[in-house]
Design a protein around this ligand. Structure first.
Ligand SMILES: O=C(O)CCC(=O)C(=O)O
Ligand SMILES: [Fe+2]
Length: 347
């Protein structure tokens, strides 16, 4: 049933469920979110009751995976001639669901690059014979198993990343994504105000032993040389306004070293508060890869990590990263490049 009465019941469920002391358990910030969310939508009451609902206007066959993030798109061959209308709908689904999945695409490198180029502008990569792909191979002894947003050490991190499964372990090796806009909305108001006013220093240098629990060996050194040739550092607002949706998103993650103006100890405590909100299971989706699957995520509103539970089985992924825009904070100020010095970058 539509109309005020049914809306009231939804609000009742969301806002008025009492805790043991009889107080409302959901804060006023969430009421604003649902007010906006419900006013915009034009579907039945139960369909309105979760963040990751599909757009009823989308021409695509979209099946949400998590309640707050992630959707599978069916019935599209990414290797085919995708018309402009479908591309627009795919871009809209990407921004809405934050990570979109396409099963069983079996793309080769050329098709992978071609679709990435249709979606946006791919950045240069390193896979032999390809312009823009990077191979992530478990036999190199490396997996991206720490929560991160891609390349936030850059002033303009990628807007999106397109990853495909080339070899998948029989069991394990899933990837997780988290919705950093939902995480912001979950923050209690005093923490929102704190986050709104913070900036973070991100770089591509990290303490190897602390992260991986061992000292570098020759193989690691080789990996570091190809993946981290020079120090790149940028300062970003902790709360980034998404340029397409206007959502506030949390921009922190693995590459962030500390908050501007705070020491390492305070930074670590505060970072873990924000990271805990981001990675709550409610904000995440997990994808069980089959060979040929493709995932594309909006790097402006997500973090992700691989799960390294697959022992010595082989896992090979290839990815294209798509050119990025410079983040803006809630006051409109843009991220800054710190290293290399901006003048050197312009030269
Ligand atoms: O291997 C994975 O599951 C994640 C890889 C990753 O972090 C990336 O492609 O940016
Ligand atoms: Fe990544």
């Amino acid at each position: 049933m539509e109309g005020r009465g049914s809306r009231g019941r939804v609000y009742g469920w969301l806002l008025d469920a009492p805790d043991p002391e009889g107080r409302s358990v959901v804060g006023a910030g969430r009421a604003d979110r649902w007010e906006t969310f419900m006013a915009k939508s034009d579907v039945t009451e139960s369909e309105r009751s979760y963040v990751n609902m599909p757009d009823p206007q989308s021409p695509l066959d979209v099946e949400p995976v998590g309640g707050r993030i992630g959707a599978e798109i069916r019935g599209i061959a990414l290797s085919g001639d995708t018309d402009d209308g479908t591309m627009t709908a795919i871009r809209a689904a990407l921004v809405r669901h934050k990570v979109i999945f396409f099963r069983n695409q079996q793309l080769d490198d050329g098709e992978h690059e071609a679709f990435a180029a249709r979606l946006s502008r791919p950045e240069a990569g390193a896979t032999a014979g390809s312009r823009s792909l990077i191979e992530l191979n478990s036999s190199d002894g490396y997996a991206a198993d720490i929560w991160h947003t891609d390349q936030t050490y850059m002033r303009s991190p990628p807007d999106a990343t397109m990853l495909r499964a080339v070899v998948s372990p029989r069991a394990g090796g899933d990837t997780l994504w988290a919705n950093t806009a939902a995480a912001y909305l979950d923050l209690p108001d005093p923490l929102k105000i704190l986050a709104d006013n913070l900036w973070g220093i991100h770089n591509n240098i990290f303490d190897y032993a602390q992260v991986f629990g061992k000292d570098k060996d020759d193989g690691d050194e080789k990996w570091l040389q190809t993946h981290r040739p020079t120090l790149v550092e940028a300062e970003h607002p902790v709360v980034r306004v998404h340029p397409e949706t206007g959502e506030r998103t949390l921009l922190v993650g693995f590459y962030m070293q500390r908050f501007a103006g705070l020491n390492g100890s305070d930074s670590r405590h505060l970072m873990s508060v924000l990271q805990d909100h981001i990675t709550r299971p409610e904000n995440t989706v997990r994808w069980r890869w089959q060979v040929g699957d493709v995932a594309i995520w909006d790097n402006r509103s997500t973090q992700h990590r691989a799960i390294t539970d697959f022992g010595r089985q082989l896992r090979v992924m290839k990815r294209a990263i798509l050119a990025g825009s410079t983040p803006r904070g809630i006051d409109g100020r843009q991220s800054k490049a710190l290293k290399p010095e901006p003048e050197a970058q312009a030269a």
